[in-house]
Design a protein around this ligand. Structure first.
Ligand SMILES: Nc1nc2c(ncn2[C@@H]2O[C@H](COP(=O)(O)OP(=O)(O)OP(=O)(O)O)[C@@H](O)[C@H]2O)c(=O)[nH]1
Ligand SMILES: [Mg+2]
Length: 445
């Protein structure tokens, strides 16, 4: 059986079919989602040659789609020389096996999560990203591949390899469990070093902005345009998996920390959100959200909603948001802009039209960003002498998440404050030497 499902060369792309069920009235949404599966397949290295859909309220417990439809799928796989079938929903391990057994051609059946995880595996760069992906694969993909004999060795080589491991040994449950335990421990260590880095960033007192949005909206292109970060930006889904933070100096001289984050997608399974929580957390920890949207696409309204909902789920709602309508160079239509503006106004957020590619609208963007960031909050550390009880009271009244420590010199307070409060207590602000930012500081924060 072919263990290396996808191809890195366009000439050798395996052929795939995407399959979905939809409830009555849900056909349009289903088609949009299937088109996205096509793009996910393209990113992974396969060509979607056909789709198979069925209207039904509930998936069949054994084969997801009904038996007649399954026969149609099987015939189509034979006729179209297809080796991969992706179901645009979650399949249980037994459903996967049942479907594969009923196919006349030799096909590998995946569900949406497995496909996304495969892409994540290729795009993870940092050790935290790679650990998260491997853990998620072991928890989710491994049970779904169980029983496929040699195929289990796909997991043996770790992530990113996609091929068989050095050995063809089948990884049994016990081995998977112990590997999971090991990865969890490693991940904990990496997460604590990330927390240390974050703490250093917090102490810098700079406003933290998270660049969030639907996958392929242009988040990395924007960070590159602003800071020359050199992050891979391409017309693929989930090009970015690991967050990158760079310092950015606004034309006025105000310094910010900008973080590029992993993109969102519709129907992002809950277990994936859980697995990537520490990466996704960047948005929750930011002071300001830069919500980037591909304004040239037909699905912008849904994509805005999906991103908003995920931000709420991650605990990042209620923060100041600048809605960045990107790819304006591709919009010829004034009506689309009016529609977008109306959506932003209805949501009560500030918005701006830009092209991260051509630089159009960047001046207005930086002005609005500065305005929002000045109002934005950030984490700061103060050392207040015991004699100034008023300053401590002020922080209690105006700041959030106040933490106090009594030291010899006074009270060391760490708190989330807005720019105004920070300004008022400037004289007590601690900006440690080693975390103070320099203008040309290009390092990954
Ligand atoms: N025409 C046009 N293309 C753009 C613009 N901004 C980004 N792109 C293109 O859109 C594609 C996606 O850009 P990325 O910056 O990788 O998007 P992203 O939001 O970081 O995507 P993920 O990391 O995959 O979630 C790339 O091919 C970019 O060149 C723009 O303003 N105009
Ligand atoms: Mg990106």
């Amino acid at each position: 059986m072919n263990k290396n499902l996808f191809s890195d060369t366009p000439e050798a792309m395996p052929r795939a079919i995407a399959c979905a069920i939809y409830p009555q009235g849900g056909e349009h949404e289903c088609m949009v989602s299937l088109a996205e599966v096509g793009r996910l397949l393209d990113t992974a290295g396969a060509e979607m040659v056909a789709t198979v859909t069925q209207m039904r309220d509930k998936p069949d417990g054994v084969t997801c789609i009904g038996s007649g439809k399954l026969k149609e799928l099987s015939d189509l796989c034979l006729a179209e020389d297809v080796s991969i079938v992706v179901f645009d929903c979650e399949l249980s391990p037994s459903q996967i096996r049942s479907i594969e057994e009923r196919m006349e051609a030799e096909v590998d059946v995946l569900d949406r999560s497995m496909l996304i995880l495969d892409i994540f595996a290729r795009h993870a760069v940092t050790s935290e990203g790679r650990l998260q992906v491997e853990l998620a694969q072991l928890r989710y993909t491994a049970p779904r591949l169980a029983g496929k004999g040699a195929d289990m060795s796909r997991l043996g080589g770790g992530i990113g390899t996609r091929g068989p491991g050095e050995t063809k040994l089948e990884i049994d449950r016990r081995r998977i469990k112990s590997r999971i335990r090991m990865l969890e421990e490693e991940l904990e260590k990496v997460e604590s070093s990330r927390a240390t880095m974050r703490a250093a960033r917090d102490r810098s007192g700079l406003v933290r902005c998270a660049i969030v949005g639907y996958t392929n909206a242009g988040k990395s292109t924007l960070l590159n345009a602003l800071t020359g970060a050199g992050i891979l930006a391409e017309d693929k889904l989930f090009a970015t998996l690991d967050p990158t933070t760079r310092q950015y100096v606004l034309p006025s001289g105000m310094k910010l920390l900008l973080t590029d984050t992993v993109g969102f997608i519709r129907n992002l399974p809950h277990h994936l959100i859980k697995a990537f929580r520490s990466t996704l957390e960047e948005a929750a920890l930011a002071d300001v959200i830069l919500h980037v949207c591909d304004a040239s696409g037909a699905e912008f309204a849904d994509e805005l909603k999906i991103t908003d909902n995920l931000l709420t789920e991650l605990g990042a709602s209620g923060k100041p948001v600048l809605l960045v309508f990107n790819k304006c160079d591709l919009i010829a239509d004034g009506e689309q802009k009016m529609l977008l503006k109306r959506i932003a106004d209805q949501g009560g957020c500030e918005s701006v039209f830009i092209s991260a590619k051509t630089g159009e609208g960047m001046e207005e963007f930086t002005e609005k960003l500065e305005r929002i960031a000045s109002e934005g909050r950030s984490r700061a550390e103060f050392l207040i002498p015991y004699s100034d009880g008023g300053a401590v009271n002020l922080l209690h009244a105006l700041a959030h998440d106040v933490q106090m420590e009594y030291v010899d010199e006074g009270i060391r307070v760490t708190a989330t404050v807005d720019a105004k409060t920070r300004g008022k207590l400037k004289e007590y602000l601690i900006v440690p030497e080693n975390t103070a930012c320099t203008e040309d500081d290009e390092e990954d924060w």
